[in-house]
Design a protein around this ligand. Structure first.
Ligand code: MGD
Ligand code: MGD
Ligand code: SF4
Ligand code: MO
Length: 678
């Protein structure tokens, strides 16, 4: 059986050994295009969840208690088919669960309005389900509120790149890394979060490419780097602008490219030359003085054929969109788009690129068509506020654990108490299923067919490794839609894909037949030819030009502390190789959990005498649970790092609503905390 790994945005091709409808082993596919013929441990061992997954459709006792009397008589009669399942839920036959969910959604629309419903999810399932989900919300329920976990992730990459080059996705394929002379990685813990991309970077480095790695702590990829830059928290824009100014001052820019391919450079140059936050500023930052020389070196190195790769260390900040613009400015100034290099935002989820492509965003319809003003929906953080304001009454959720992984959990938990209806489609029990009124147990990627779009814009056709009688997400959505009077006749996921394609021009030349032969990168033309590299001759903006945008850095946070000699604790959060996001699917694998089974707090060794082995963290928004401490030299004094994989640790209770100015991606990479020794 060959298929695609269900975890990260690398989209590795996998081969499974199956005995008696059970996966016993997963191996890499030898000539895997995206995997490069290797797999990380999640790909190899992350299949145990199949034996621990949700198998029943559930309806809570409380929901029935509150709603039974309001139901039409014929539905009330059928409640006799509910069976007690655990302390919170009945188990329900699929058709009954569908009828009740459809009845409740209609009830809410009538009692309140269509816009009192929000639909959230889509990045973990296939594009068939993601597309039908947003179609159902927009065209059948008639609510504009559609969003996915790109909100807490790479939305700033989409918004920043769209403004500058017209397309919010990678300009290259992963294998372009082998042709790059310089690889510039910023805010991406590539070895742990995109292991098979890291593997290519390390190979390219060994073949002679120069590697620049920029983070706020020492990450594993730095072992291979020619230049490792350790920045203070929240200083990406400062650093990136300083490189741009250095390039302008030293005349390291590609004037031909700028003249022919870009607009607004003169204006940008003028502002940049007057920017006081340049390389000299770092001389004033105690402990970071050498960054000035590093900037001088980097400005020269990126005039070569360079790929700029980045992750959440760039986007999960209040100036994420601005910093993405700043990266794009560097890629344009150095003429790198004409060289077949350019930008590689390392999108995270197996189908987050696809969910965005097919319109699971409040401000884009399928294929990034902008809806008119009245059809623009709310972003998830605004949905939360509107629940509290009494305007959103119901959420339908497809594989996004909002009650674990979004910021400001005290507020979100309070808001969810107010919801009149929460419907969840899930593979695993998690924080949001615990609170749901109705849970549809749906097929996981290893149990169904469907197309997933990875971080290099590549469409993979995923095929089932094992059989399951549960529905796919799109089947639940189809059945609900038909209870609203639609006549959707889809029998298999391919039928949905064919309809989706009609609205998503970039997938036009793709078909299951073609994808079976070879995964393809969008845009895919009618004749089946695809696009490994974008923007070689023109950009995707309406005028075909690259647009320079200048954004001023604003002094704040740790940088300000350093200037003023102030000591505060700053917490940064991210990932560990063996676990995946809410860990629902990775936790059941002994092989993975034996390597990492708790969110450990990393603290610099110099604090050994003042910090105990167990602590709690407190911020102005909330408190974590008890955390184990590990002392290390990999994080700097007064800075902390932890993962957020285990809900019990309540890490996301520490964050507030601070977020990217433009698209509200949470500031997960910096929050001031207090340490409580236990
Ligand atoms: N093993 C594993 N892999 C995953 C996931 C997982 O949960 N586990 N999740 C997937 C998902 S959804 C995503 S989006 C990707 C995310 O992949 P990455 O983007 O690599 O994610 P993080 O580890 O959250 O953060 C990356 C780095 O940013 C650094 N950083 C923090 N603040 C700053 C800053 O101000 N400046 C700079 N330059 N760096 C900073 C952090 O120290 C960290 O090393 O991973 C995907 N892959
Ligand atoms: N502190 C902190 N918090 C963060 C981040 C951070 O860096 N720091 N990163 C943020 C980022 S980048 C992201 S993307 C989010 C990720 O958080 P989530 O979006 O919640 O992502 P996952 O945990 O990957 O997946 C959610 C659920 O999808 C389910 N699922 C898997 N496959 C399917 C399917 O086919 N259908 C359905 N219906 N469900 C399925 C899984 O069982 C899982 O419970 O976390 C964010 N939270
Ligand atoms: S790199 Fe990502 S896609 Fe590849 S095996 Fe690991 S988790 Fe799966
Ligand atoms: Mo993500």
């Amino acid at each position: 059986m060959t298929s695609v790994c269900t975890y990260c945005g690398v989209g590795c091709e996998i081969e499974a050994i199956v005995e008696n409808n059970r996966v016993t082993k997963i191996k890499p596919v030898k000539n895997g295009i995206s995997s490069g013929g290797e797999l990380c441990i999640k790909g190899r061992y992350g299949f145990e969840f199949l034996n621990n997954r949700l198998k029943e459709h559930l309806i809570s006792y409380e929901f029935i208690k509150k709603n039974a009397e309001k139901m039409p008589f014929e539905l009330q009669v059928r409640l006799a088919n509910l069976y007690e399942w655990d302390e919170r839920f009945y188990k329900a036959p699929l058709n009954l669960a569908l009828d009740i969910a459809a009845w409740k959604l209609k009830y809410i629309i009538e009692k309140h309005s269509p816009k009192s419903i929000a639909a959230i999810g889509g990045a973990r399932t296939n594009i068939e389900s993601a597309w039908l989900f947003q179609h159902f919300a927009r065209n059948i329920l008639k609510t504009p509120h559609v969003d996915n976990c790109a909100r807490v992730c790479h939305s700033p990459s989409l918004s920043g790149l769209k403004m500058s080059i017209g397309e919010g996705a990678s300009s290259v394929d992963f294998d372009s890394i082998f042709d790059a002379e310089t690889i510039f990685v910023i805010g991406s813990n590539t070895t742990e979060a995109h292991p098979m991309v890291a593997s290519r970077i390390i190979k390219a480095k060994k073949r002679g490419a120069k590697l620049i790695v920029v983070d706020v702590r020492e990450i594993p990829l730095m072992k291979f780097a020619d230049i490792s830059v350790i920045l203070p928290f929240e200083s990406n824009l400062l650093f990136l602008n300083a490189i741009a100014k250095e390039m302008i001052e030293r005349d390291l820019i590609d004037k031909d490219f700028i003249n022919k391919r870009c607009v607004k450079f003169d204006e940008y140059k003028e502002l940049m030359l007057n920017d006081k936050y340049d390389k000299r500023f770092f001389e004033k930052l105690k402990g970071f003085e050498k960054i000035k020389e590093q900037i001088e070196e980097i400005a020269k190195l990126i005039t070569k054929k360079t790929i700029f790769a980045w992750g959440l260390g760039v986007t999960e900040h209040i100036d994420g969109t601005e910093a993405v613009n700043a990266i794009s400015n560097l890629a344009m100034m150095s003429g790198n788009f004409a060289k077949g290099a350019g930008v590689l935002p390392l999108r995270g989820q197996n189908n987050v690129q696809g969910a965005c492509d097919v319109g699971c965003l409040p401000y884009f319809l399928p294929d990034y068509i902008r809806p008119d003003e009245e059809h623009i929906g709310l972003m998830t953080p605004d949905v939360i506020d509107e629940i509290l304001n009494g305007n959103i009454k119901a959420i339908i959720n497809m594989g996004e654990d909002i009650l674990h992984i979004h910021p400001n959990q005290n507020k979100i938990h309070k808001a969810f108490e107010e919801l009149e209806f929460l419907m969840v489609m899930e593979v695993m029990p998690n924080e949001i299923t615990k609170r749901a009124d109705i849970v549809f147990a749906v097929k996981s990627a290893y149990e169904k067919s469907g197309v997933y779009v990875n971080a290099e814009r590549r469409l993979h056709l995923s095929t089932p490794l094992v059989k399951s009688s549960l529905p796919d997400d799109w089947e639940v959505v189809k059945e609900l839609a038909n209870r609203f009077g639609s006549t959707l006749k889809y029998e298999k996921s391919e039928d949905v894909f064919e309809d989706c394609k009609k609205e998503v021009g970039r997938f036009r030349g793709a078909s299951y037949e073609r994808l079976k032969q070879k995964p393809l990168q969008w845009p895919i033309k009618e004749d089946g030819s695809d696009s490994p590299v974008l923007h070689l001759e023109k950009f995707s903006t309406s005028d075909g030009k690259g647009h320079f945008h200048y954004h001023k850095y604003h002094l704040r946070g740790e940088v300000e502390d350093i200037l003023k000699g102030k000591k505060r604790w700053w917490l940064n959060t991210g990932r560990a190789l063996p676990q995946y996001n809410n860990s629902a699917q990775t936790k059941p694998s002994e092989k993975l959990t034996s390597k990492y089974d708790d969110d450990i707090l990393l603290v610099n060794e110099i604090h050994k005498n003042e910090i105990s082995q167990k602590v709690k963290l407190r911020s102005k928004y909330g408190e974590s649970a008890e955390l184990k401490v590990k002392f290390t030299d990999k994080v700097r004094p007064y800075t902390l790092y932890t993962t957020f994989h285990f809900a019990k640790n309540k890490i996301n209770y520490l964050f507030g609503d601070e977020a990217d100015h433009k698209v509200k991606t949470a500031r997960f990479k910096a929050v001031e905390v207090e340490i409580i020794n236990l």
